[in-house]
Design a binder for this molecule. Structure first.
Ligand code: IPD
Ligand code: CA
Ligand code: CA
Ligand code: CA
Length: 267
């Protein structure tokens, strides 16, 4: 992407993220309209939808040739990542949003011809904006994030993991996951994939293993994480698929091979 184009996208995306967040904050204490989607724990609120509609209208007005790939159905149906694609999760961590009124994020990734160029993850209630431009490093608000430590070992690592994957399930051998829980220093579960990626980029956790993420859950996070030296792939080590659901393993490169080889046994 040309520098001038990047600058326009950065200014607009950041402005819209802050506007969307202000709208969420102004309405989140009114009674929320909550629906369920695929199952009774899969929540969506009117504010998830309203926030996505807000981004859709801004993008279509200012960048009519761009595409939007997003969770709540106001984006475009895509069969490829040609051109410029905004990949947006209007509220990532809806369950946290509903139950905790915090620990949720707005996630915006901008891809050009399939390459992640710009990523934003905004932790709305903590007012922390993570951002990255490909090749220019990652930031936490205005501070540049350092590259990840290069002395991380499995036994001193913290892995982000939904406890679901340590229970019997049809995606991954839970016995190996249980062994990973024992062999690492500990696990954490934050309930927002975007924030888990932000925490990976900060080095707060050293890995993140999950069996079901959609592209909008990790589109921005992958860009930000790569800028500090992190690796993001599917859990079988293959490149991520930007059009479909993915298993995901993201980690510091020191432990990537070790964890994939010894603890990730997919069914
Ligand atoms: C969910 C969160 C959650 C992850 C789920 C996602 P949503 O996104 O990121 O942490 O485990 O797979 O669907 O629905 O809150 O945007
Ligand atoms: Ca959702
Ligand atoms: Ca999400
Ligand atoms: Ca969402």
């Amino acid at each position: 992407m040309e520098n001038k184009t990047v600058d326009n996208y950065l200014v607009d995306a950041q402005k819209w993220i802050y506007e969307a967040a202000a709208n969420i904050k102004s309405k989140m204490n009114e009674p929320l309209e909550i629906d369920t989607k695929s199952n009774s724990n899969d929540l969506v609120t009117e504010l998830d939808k309203e926030t996505e509609r807000f981004f859709a209208s801004k993008i279509r007005e200012k960048y009519p040739n761009d595409f939007l790939y997003s969770e709540e159905g106001y984006g475009d149906k895509l069969s490829n990542f040609n051109g410029t694609v905004w990949v947006i999760d209007p509220i990532d961590g809806t369950m946290n949003f509903v139950h905790q009124k915090r620990n949720f994020a707005i996630s915006v990734g901008i891809y050009q011809e399939g390459i992640g160029e710009i990523g934003f993850i905004y932790n709305v209630m903590d007012d922390v904006l993570y951002s990255a431009v490909r090749g220019k490093g990652a930031y936490r608000n205005n501070s540049k994030l350092p590259m990840l430590k290069d002395d991380v070992k499995v036994e001193t690592s913290i892995i982000a993991l939904n406890s679901l994957w340590a229970c019997p399930n049809n995606k991954i051998n839970e016995k190996k996951v249980q062994q990973m829980i024992k062999d690492t220093r500990g696990t954490r579960s934050y309930g927002s994939a975007a924030l888990e990626f932000a925490f990976l980029a900060e080095g707060m956790v050293d890995g993140y293993l999950t069996m079901t993420l959609s592209p909008w859950d990790f589109a921005a996070g992958k860009i930000i994480y790569e800028e500090v030296g992190g690796i993001t792939t599917q859990a079988d080590g293959e490149p991520v698929d930007m059009l479909n659901a993915n298993t995901i393993f993201a980690s510091n490169r020191n432990i990537y091979d070790d964890i994939l080889r010894n603890y990730v046994d997919l069914k």
